[in-house]
Structure formats: C-alpha cells, structure tokens
Design a protein around this ligand. Structure first.
Ligand SMILES: *Cc1c(COP(=O)(O)O)cnc(C)c1O
Length: 356
C-alpha cells in the first residue's frame, strides 16, 4: 500500500566519524558512513522516514526475519565525477527491482519517490565519504526485513526498510577461476532466483565453499532441472563472447536481472557489437572453447562491474581462457561504463542521477 509522501526527518550526527576512519585501507563492506535512512511499516502504512546516526539494531530473538528469512536487499553505487559531484547510477532500476522482490516475498511496496529522495538525501549527507582514487565509490545497501516478534510462519505485519552506505575502493579483481556446478542449484523455475532475497545467498554458501576448497573462486551455476544450461557466475550475471557475439543467458525467471548486465548489453548494441540473449548450454561453451571460438567470458555485477573469467572447471578438467587485454571489446565496454559514471562520457541513456 502506498501512502502519501512523508517528509524525511533529518537528524545529522554531531561529529563525523570520517576523521577517525582509515579510508586508505578499506575492506569491502566493513566500513560504514555516518548516517542511515530508515522507514518502518506499521499498521498497514509507511511511517515518517528518518535519517540519523548509523547504529546497531536491537531486536527480539523471535523477530520473524531471523527464522524465516523474509528479507530482501539491493546493491548499487554512487560515483564522484571530475567536478566533485556525486551521482547515483540507474537508481530507478534498483528501486523497481526492489519492489519486484518485495512483491515476491509478500512484503509491502516502497513508495518510489520516498525511496529515491532517501537515497539522494543520504548520499548528499555522506558525500564526503567517497574515497579518492580511480575506482572509488559509495556502495549503497537498501534492504527490508520482517520485524514482527512472532514465530508463526506468515507474512509479517511490520517491516523495516533501511539504507546504509559503505565507502569502497576498486579492489584488484583476480581473473576468476569458476567451477561448473552440476549437482547443487541456486534457483529453480517458480522459485526466487530472479529476486534479491536473503535465502538465495545462504543456500549457495555450502556448494561455493566446496568449490573454493578445490581452488576455484566461485561457481558457474547451471539450471536446476537438467544442469545443462549456464545461468550465473557466483552472484554475478555471466557473459561469453562466442565467435565475436556477446552472449548471455536469457532472463527466464531463474536469473537475476542485473543492471550491469542490462547496461553492458545496451552499450554493446550502441557500438554495433552483435549480442544474443538466449539459453547457453554447457556443451556449447565447452565446444566453443575447444574450437578456439570462446573469445572471452566474464561475470557482471555492481561490485566488480566486469570480472574476467580465466578458467572454467568441469568434469573433464579445466579450460583456460585468454585474459582480455585493455583493447578487447569487453574491457572497452567496461571503460565506457566507467566513463559515463565518472562524467567523462556523454550520458546518452540518462543513467546518472545527481545527489550532491
Ligand atoms: C545482484 C546480483 C547480480 C547483479 O546485479 P547488478 O544489478 O548488476 O548488480 C547478478 N546475480 C545475482 C544473483 C545478484 O544477486
């Protein structure tokens, strides 16, 4: 239910923690900015949102989310351009996706205007936290969870929606070694693979851990029914350049519709590069690699943007892939995306939304 727009109650903290934070040696996801945005859903209505000091949450041991995982999240970034302005990348797409996640998890929709205002205001207040450096950004984490004190299995009556921010530096991403997963599944038809709900990630931890013990960074997930078609790489979408065609699995309900994925496809089309969204079989990828027609493979997501895959482990051994050079089509698309985010290239598609 969408109620009338409540104005944000803004309570800035007295002294920023920034002066006492080491922004040089940031670990991804472990450092948080000064403020948090919160908005509670009570008695069927969203209450007045607040921006206040980032702090711990106290909750009852019976809080519904702790037992049945009725929780969803988003991941997005804000970037600083050369004029020092901070802008969000495609926030409307994250907002729309979060509300699709909410619907699937029987949670209330978040009013889009309040969500966007909250994002902009929070980023503006904590804009000083964008670290210096080429790949530095603010990683933004909106999330919502069921906060009823009740252990019956039913949709919660109450929810908390919140947004916090982690300053991040671009980390050097080692080219990935991925293992084809032919036993465990991440998602299945009719399930929740297409949304960002907590349980999806918990279920992937054990098989990922097994792959890590075998020397792989992450899994190349395949479809749950036949383990015949490739779906995603770890928690990223996956792309293959097969015989010059930028190819990615089609969104058939078990794949998370990534905003990075969509942006890469758009930029490739803009450049006139052939693209294909379709089922991609394990057999086809292995055969293309054997025939020397698999030009590159990479994961795509907000955290890394483009993560080249250097090796694919499968039942018969390991396939090594050429590392894409800076002049490769993949890396050029990645650089183009970065140029748009940093205000160095024209934002033809209207992706950047100014916050400060
Ligand atoms: C978030 C996510 C992605 C990537 O989505 P982006 O919007 O590009 O960050 C891909 N796969 C899974 C499973 C994800 O959770």
């Amino acid at each position: 239910m969408i109620t009338t727009e409540p104005r944000i109650d803004i309570q800035p903290i007295g002294t920023s923690r920034i002066a006492t934070t080491d922004l040089e040696n940031l670990k991804f996801g472990r450092v948080f900015t000064d403020h948090i945005f919160t908005m509670d859903f009570v008695d069927g209505a969203w209450q007045r949102p607040v921006i206040r000091a980032y702090e711990d949450v106290a909750m009852s041991p019976a809080t519904l989310v702790l037992h049945y995982a009725q929780t969803i999240f988003e991941g997005m970034k804000a970037y600083k351009n050369e004029r020092g302005e901070v802008s969000l990348f495609r926030p409307q797409a994250n907002i729309a996706r979060m509300n699709r996640s909410a619907a699937r998890m029987a949670m209330p929709a978040i009013p889009e205007d309040v969500f966007l205002d909250g994002l902009k205001e929070l980023v503006k207040m904590d804009a000083a936290w964008v670290p210096d450096g080429k790949d530095a950004a603010l990683y933004i984490r909106p999330f919502m969870y069921a906060d009823d004190e009740y252990i019956g299995v039913k949709p919660s009556d109450g929810y908390r929606f919140a947004i916090f921010i982690c300053p991040v530096r671009g980390y050097y991403q080692e080219p990935l070694r991925v293992k084809l997963e032919l036993e465990y599944s991440r998602a299945f038809p009719g399930g929740t693979g297409a949304i960002k709900c907590g349980g999806n990630y918990a279920g992937g931890l054990y098989p990922s851990m097994l792959a890590q013990k075998q020397g792989f960074h992450q899994l190349l997930w395949t479809d749950a029914m036949e383990h015949k078609y490739i779906e995603e790489s770890g928690t990223m979408n996956v792309f293959f350049i097969i015989d010059g065609v930028l190819t990615t699995p089609s969104l058939d309900g078990t794949i998370l519709p990534g905003i990075t994925r969509d942006s890469i496809l758009q930029l490739a089309r803009d450049k006139g590069m052939p693209t294909a969204e379709r089922k991609v079989s394990v057999e086809e990828v292995l055969a293309a690699a054997k025939a020397g027609k698999l030009n590159a493979a990479f994961g795509a997501g907000t955290a890394a943007t483009i993560a080249p895959i250097q090796a694919i482990g499968h039942a018969g051994g390991v396939i090594d892939l050429p590392e894409p050079g800076a002049d490769s089509e993949v890396m050029k698309i990645g650089a183009m995306l970065d140029d748009i985010r940093r205000g160095r290239a024209e934002d033809k598609h209207g992706w950047m939304v100014r916050a400060s």
